[in-house]
Design a protein around this ligand. Structure first.
Ligand code: ZN
Length: 262
């Protein structure tokens, strides 16, 4: 299994990272993608990826970061991102995207400008994008349709949109990743969306430390990916091993991860 989205660089993991990674590997997680969300965190995430086999890093500017940063710093953040990507080692640009739902969110105009700049960097560096999308489904679709295509594709992480939006996003070459919410009671909407995902475009993630899958409680960690995978397989009516193999292959293709190690 591959956890395509976990924030191992989050403070929640400071103390326990070795144990968290050991539990993930014991649970069958062979690779993990850690999306950086802020310039201040990219270096630590890159160090983690350099030190730990199977851990990969992405660099991006998360839309939920913006309320804490004055808009006049946006250009400097983008220059930092360009420099970080130039140093190499990232498997994607992200996490970036549009957030129409968080309390105190930055204006969608500002979010869109930063997102467009990050899409341009993804094109320039030949990398896929990891997209955060919350309550801005139509806005993001319109923006992506206006933009030039993304040759290396991308993923809508923890997809929370409707099943009817899967086809238009898939037509843009995107993948769809699902996490803990598909294990929740009454998770009809995400499961309907999951079933609508075209073959080869489905990924799984934990979004750790958030979105803890049932029946776990408290802080989420990558070892819990097994529960996400089980729920995905059940929704598709297919064997878990098969879904594990397919989602891992899709993740390896998208992020160009190479063969599993250990
Ligand atoms: Zn995230």
């Amino acid at each position: 299994m591959i956890d395509t989205h976990c924030h191992l660089d989050a403070r929640a993991f400071d103390e326990a990272l070795d144990a968290v990674l050991a539990r993930a590997r014991a649970a069958g997680v062979t690779a993990l993608v850690v999306p950086g969300v802020a310039p201040g965190g990219w270096a630590a995430a890159a160090r983690l990826a350099a030190e730990e086999p199977g851990v990969h890093v992405a660099f991006g500017i998360h839309p939920q970061l913006l309320p804490q940063v004055p808009a006049r710093e946006d250009d400097a953040m983008l220059s930092d991102l360009e420099a970080a990507l130039s140093r190499g080692g990232a498997v994607a640009v992200g996490e970036c995207g549009l957030d129409g739902g968080s309390f105190g969110a930055a204006s969608l105009e500002r979010q869109a400008a930063l997102l467009r700049a990050q899409l341009a960097l993804a094109r320039r560096f030949g990398l896929p994008v990891i997209l955060h999308l919350l309550r801005a489904q139509h806005e993001l679709l319109a923006l992506l349709r206006e933009e030039a295509p993304l040759p290396a594709g991308g993923v809508l992480h923890s997809y929370s949109g409707g099943a009817e939006m899967v086809a238009p996003y898939a037509a843009l070459g995107l993948h769809f990743s699902f996490g803990g919410p598909i294990t929740y009671d009454g998770a009809r909407k995400p499961l309907a969306a999951l079933r609508a995902v075209p073959a080869g475009r489905l990924l799984v993630e934990t979004d750790a430390p958030d979105q803890t899958p049932r029946p776990h409680r408290g802080r989420c960690e990558p070892a819990f990916l097994a529960e996400v995978l089980r729920a995905a397989a059940a929704a598709l009516g297919r064997p878990e091993e098969e879904v594990a193999r397919e989602t891992s292959a899709a993740a390896r293709r998208l992020f160009r991860l190479g063969p599993p190690c250990g």
